[in-house]
Design a protein. Structure first.
Lengths: 578, 613
């Protein structure tokens, strides 16, 4: 332990910790901007580039950046001398001098760390005015808008893309005043191996990276008399949406969300969790078959579109091992435009399917050509959790005061197995719940696979199912996924099944979720909320969902049937690794 | 293969014995990049042709050598009389003089002798007339850099042999520490201490890096060493490797130095062939290899952490220290990064001892410093002076004063990170500390002399333009702050500056120095602050009177035609915007509203009829 003094007050700090961390112990929050700590993933983005955390350290010629200066024995730090305050204000002044300052119309208005800092530091005038960068905006994809005019060079997106996700498409380019974060040869994202996972968007403190907003398309659809407009909501949305309305992180707002969606004007409010149960039926069938044949193992889950695009680019030699089952979003779309359309007696094109997702890659997924039939997309519009919150605010719906209501049927009933899709480990647990029953031929009661729960990046376990030892692994975050994939490529994997989610922690930390601004305790609360929702369900195994059983009975036949393959399975394409 | 210290000695003796007794004259031709650019290649060819045509191969030897440092007189050759030992340098040589040079060997009509202003402390007695003392440049312009034997004949590889055969790593570090050698790349950090830090680290791998990414505008010290004496750097890197426990050396060299790259490759190949690089050097069991890595010409890659990132294939930008490279550097292993000139001192120190080295230079900063002396002086060139020499001696004795009899105004040391020093401080003996006290710094050795025709606001703007382009863009103060400084300077040179601009310039400069991440940013405002400090009046003339006293800032100038005008119409014909009117043989008139202040008329007029005001 190291003893130092900050503003005259003694404090003891761990070795290798920073002035910033030591100051926190004295309840002093030194302002930061580029810095990002993601505690639960053991990751610290400590690059010291923005220089707004400058403090005075006795005996040093220059000011020191608190975020990356290690504490030293006997150090004397002063955090708000005139010199430090002047320096910080100047840094903020300079950043703002090259920022559009269009806060009122910015996607990140009131959710922007630069704006919050300017407010906290009481900066009311820009002294060093001058030329502003002019860069074109990348709008050429379904998921992410890159407006580098707003970039403050904090480089958090680079850490998200390169270190956490190991996708590696972002880097600083150019020099001096013209330096900016971009892709190789400054190509649009669509021409790169970007997975559209959106972790860069989650990391961005300002409005430089945002989602491709589709809320107006939803308004238009809702006002189109000729269309049946139905909505599906992903499992992770309901445990995060409340945060946008000031509710405690971890609040479950499923019932209010359903009420709100109905108030917005959707004809039917359905649940992606229903489709998650359907995914389990198909994927478990495939898994049990491969297990019996001992072929193409391990099976990899395929419900995460960021992950799918990642392996198409980076592991094209392994395209035979992921499950061919479509993601729940796309299974829902396919059922809505066939089974449900038939029930209503309407043409598929007369139904508009809107998805509310915690994810930005889902926008890209819905636009993939294999998910359209006869020119009609299975899922028409995808909006994020944040976009839904915006729509509810725009409509003046007082979310916190709403009463609960239930999803519509036949595509709204779900089990606990469908709910836990929202967290890392959930899909595999849902598979195991069904596989255990199917392999043993019994209805098992002990269905909580605690060993594969938790937010950590890689989990491994051997679970006993019907007397058989099944070795499973779970990775969340593409960097962790890469480690498992490379093991498979080297022939060192002994697993039977692997679940992978592109975002660290799973969908609950998706690129479309309310911003956490580095507070990873929020993720743990969302995770607990998901498992609480699971526990409260009377049915917790996908194959016991009566509406799923009915769907097979009335329409699909049995899991893995010809029709199921046609509508619920997909194929993968090798893509360029650049 | 030279497999021991004794074998090296034998080999050297063998080389000496091979010199034909009939050799009377050696003619050294300056074949550095500068010499070649000035036209020494045809001279070399002509000389060789003459020697062979006159069948003088036994008595006259033509040798290509590196830069002699005499840019002002290139192309240069040195004629060495082997009998008397007399050496005379001739400057401004032309190819057609080759015949008479070879025929008479020395003193041919039409060839100008150039004064030799240096002595080599290692080889010669102190010469009272010599202002320069050459340790680093000892072999530059004297040996063929493409022949390892020539280096060996000048005590080459003896220092490495001594170290590997008879010394312990800590003894080597002790000598370097005692010598007081400081990093010559700019920072001036004690080299011995740097080596000690790296030596103290326990690691399976360590690296020794040579920073040859010379990037200051107008600086060419390192290029001259690498082109003229590449083995001195290789040998020093072996010594550094042994001292810190590293077996791999990396020379990070800018790709814009093709001749230096070529000669380094040759030198490495020749050293390997002789067993002086590779496995089991001098039979000591110590292995050492050196590879080259090319820089793409980014100034910031001269900063050691940025350099390391660039070698690793990452974007060349500095990172926060600690960790220092000596602890976690290249591939996260302990790494010593020293500049070319620092290495070029090492072998001489090992050969002659720390006490010998400390006799040269000042107590606080022993040794010499190489400078690229450029700007408005009569004798531009590469010089090496004992630290503590006064700027007056350098500028007025070595540089032979200001061009065209103009008045000296300032000298910029330390390149874009340095500051301007005025007439009042010319007698200060220069070392690391005195220069900092004068608001400048030693830097890597760029020295630019300015005269009364240089506008100091414009000079500050020029240097800032450079740092602005070369900033990596990582930290806010350097990326945006320097841009704002540049804009404010432009405001002033455009005549739009106010007293507030000046106050803001000072404040922001102080802030940038206080907050920037690396040395580039922390020093980039120095030219601004030192010109404001020393030439505030000139700033105020731009602000208060909208005038540029040096008549440089175009927007503050007007061109007026005076009564000398004879109406020759030359100015009007040359004016690109046709703003000059007047009848033939009548006084002409410039339309001030249309004039773009390009100065073409001023240059064109043969009658001094145009005034700049």
């Amino acid at each position: 332990m190291i003893k130092l003094r900050i503003n005259g007050m003694p404090v003891t700090a761990e070795e290798n910790s920073t002035i910033l961390q030591a100051a926190r112990k004295l309840d002093i929050k030194i302002p930061t901007l580029c810095h990002l700590e993601l505690d639960c993933f053991n990751l610290e983005h400590r690059i010291g580039s923005c220089r707004v955390c400058m403090v005075e350290v006795s005996g040093r010629r220059n000011l020191a950046p608190a975020c990356c200066t290690p504490v030293e024995e006997g150090m004397e730090v002063r955090t708000h001398t005139l010199r430090a305050i002047n320096a910080r204000r100047t840094m903020l002044d300079l950043l703002l001098s090259n920022h559009p300052k269009d806060c009122l119309t910015c996607e990140k208005n009131l959710d922007c760390e630069l704006q919050a800092l300017a407010q906290e530091m009481g900066l009311h005038k820009i002294i060093y005015k001058g030329e502003q960068s002019k860069r074109s905006i990348d709008l050429a994809n379904e998921s992410i808008v890159r407006d580098m005019n707003k970039c403050i060079m904090c480089r958090r997106c680079e850490t998200a893309c390169n270190t956490i996700q190991t996708v590696g498409i972002l880097s600083g380019v150019r020099r001096g005043f013209n330096s900016i974060v971009s892709t190789a040869s400054e190509k649009p994202l669509a021409d790169t191996k970007c997975t559209f996972c959106g972790q860069c968007v989650s990391a961005c403190p300002v409005g430089a990276l945002t989602e491709m907003n589709r809320t107006y398309d939803v308004w238009r659809a809702l006002n189109d008399e000729t269309k049946q407009v139905i909505v599906q909501t992903a499992p992770a949305v309901r445990v995060a949406l409340g945060e946008e309305f000031g509710m405690e992180p971890g609040s479950v707002s499923t019932g209010k969300m359903v009420t709100a969606l109905r108030m917005l004007g959707f004809d039917k409010v359905f649940d992606t969790d229903f489709a998650a149960d359907l995914t389990i039926m198909e994927e478990t069938t495939e898994f049990v078959k491969r297990l019996k044949e001992n072929k193409n193992l391990p099976i990899l889950t395929s419900c995460c579109p960021g992950w799918v695009k990642f392996f198409e680019h980076q592991f094209p030699d392994l395209l035979h091992i992921p499950s061919t089952a479509k993601s729940p979003q796309q299974m829902f779309g396919a059922m809505a435009k066939t089974y449900y359309a038939k029930k209503l007696g309407v043409e598929p094109k007369e139904i508009t399917v809107v998805s509310v997702m915690p994810c930005l890659a889902k926008k890209y997924e819905a636009a993939r050509s294999e998910f359209s039939r006869d020119g009609v997309r299975d899922v028409d519009i995808v909006i994020s959790t944040r976009e839904l919150a915006n729509m509810l605010k725009e409509a003046g719906i007082q979310f916190n005061d709403l009463r609960n209501s239930a999803f519509d049927n036949p595509l709204g009933e779900s089990t606990g197995a469908g709910v836990i899709f929202g967290s890392t480990g959930g899909v595999l647990e849902a598979v195991l719940r069904t596989a255990a029953d199917w392999l043993s031929g019994k209805e098992l009661n002990d269905i909580d696979f605690e060993e594969i729960r938790g937010i950590s990046g890689i989990k491994e376990a051997t679970v006993k199912v019907a007397g058989k030892e099944i070795r499973v692994a779970i990775a969340s975050g593409l960097g962790n996924a890469r480690m498992l994939l490379e093991k498979i490529r080297r022939g060192e994997s002994k697993y039977h099944a692997i679940e992978i989610m592109a975002c660290p922690g799973g969908c609950l930390n998706g690129g479309g979720q309310p911003y956490i601004h580095g507070d990873t305790s929020i993720l743990e609360k969302r995770r607990q909320a998901i498992y609480e929702e699971d526990r409260n369900k009377t049915i917790r195994k996908s194959h016991e969902n009566p509406y799923i059983q009915k769907l097979y009975r009335e329409f699909l036949g049995e899991p893995g049937s010809h029709l199921a393959h046609e509508l619920l399975h997909t194929h993968y394409t090798a893509r360029k690794n650049e | 293969m030279i497999s021991s210290a004794e074998k090296l000695e034998e080999y050297e003796k063998g080389l000496a014995g091979r010199i034909p007794s009939s050799l009377r004259t050696e003619i050294l031709v300056s074949m550095g990049t500068c010499g070649i650019a000035a036209g020494t290649t045809p001279i070399l060819e002509e000389l060789k042709k003459e020697v062979s045509e006159q069948k003088l191969d036994d008595s006259v030897k033509i040798v290509q050598v590196g830069c002699m440092g005499l840019c002002h007189s290139e192309p240069t050759i040195e004629v060495v009389d082997k009998e008397s030992g007399q050496r005379i340098i001739f400057g401004n040589v032309i190819a057609s003089q080759a015949k008479s040079i070879v025929a008479k060997s020395v003193r041919t009509a039409g060839v100008q002798a150039v004064a030799r202003t240096w002595y080599c402390p290692e080889d010669e007695e102190m010469n009272p007339d010599a202002i320069q003392a050459r340790i680093v440049l000892r072999n530059c312009g004297r040996i063929d850099p493409e022949e390892i034997d020539e280096y060996i004949m000048r005590s080459g590889y003896q220092a490495a042999a001594k170290v590997l055969a008879s010394m312990k790593p800590l003894d080597v570090i002790k000598i370097i520490t005692e010598s007081g050698l400081k990093g010559r790349g700019g920072g001036g950090f004690p080299t011995g201490r740097k080596w000690k830090f790296a030596a103290d680290q326990k690691s399976d791998e360590k690296y020794v890096v040579c920073n040859a990414d010379e990037g200051d505008p107008g600086a060419f010290m390192d290029r001259a060493v690498l082109e003229g004496d590449p083995h001195s750097v290789l040998e020093a890197m072996i010594i550094a490797g042994f001292a810190v426990g590293s077996h791999e050396g990396v020379i990070y060299i800018r790709a814009e130095y093709p001749l230096a790259v070529k000669r380094l490759h040759l030198a490495i190949a020749q050293a390997k062939e002789k067993g002086l690089l590779g496995k089991n050097l001098f039979g000591s069991g110590f292995d050492f290899n050196i590879e080259l890595k090319y820089g793409a010409g980014a100034f910031v890659c001269g900063e050691e952490t940025a350099l390391i990132h660039s070698v690793e294939g990452k974007r060349g930008e500095p990172s926060f220290k600690p960790p220092f490279p000596a602890v976690s550097g290249l591939w996260k292993k302990p790494t010593v990064v020293n500049n070319v000139e620092t290495y070029a001192n090492v072998c001489a120190i090992i050969r002659n001892g720390a006490a010998w080295f400390k006799k040269i230079g000042t107590e606080n900063s022993p040794g010499t410093k190489v400078f690229s002396l450029t700007g408005k002086i009569n004798k531009v060139g590469l010089i090496e002076v004992p630290i503590g020499t006064s700027l007056r001696d350098i500028i007025f004795k070595l540089g032979d004063g200001i061009k065209g009899g103009r008045k000296f105004k300032a000298v910029q040391t330390g390149g874009p990170s340095g500051g301007c020093i005025t007439e009042a401080s010319l007698d200060t003996p220069i070392d690391y500390n005195t220069l900092i006290a004068l608001g400048s710094m030693m830097g890597s050795g760029g020295m630019i002399v300015m005269d009364e025709d240089d506008c100091m606001v414009n000079v500050a703007k020029f240097f800032l333009d450079f740092t602005l382009d070369e900033s990596c863009g990582r930290c806010t103060p350097c990326r945006i702050g320097n841009k704002r400084l540049h804009e404010m300077l432009k405001e002033i040179t455009d005549g739009n500056g106010t007293h507030e601009t000046l106050t803001k310039l000072r404040k922001l400069s102080d802030n940038i120095k206080d907050t920037a991440l690396c040395g580039l940013g922390q020093t980039s405002p120095n030219p601004v602050l030192s010109t404001i400090k020393n030439f505030e009046g000139e700033y105020l003339a731009h602000i208060d009177h909208r005038k540029c006293p040096a008549k440089v800032c175009a927007k503050l100038l007007s061109y007026l035609i005076n009564d000398n005008c004879v109406g020759c119409t030359l100015c009007a014909k040359n004016c690109p915007v046709t703003c000059i009117s007047g009848e033939k043989r009548q006084k002409h008139l410039i339309d001030q509203k249309k004039c773009i202040k390009c100065g073409v008329c001023y240059e064109a007029c043969k009658f001094h009829a145009i005034d700049k005001d």
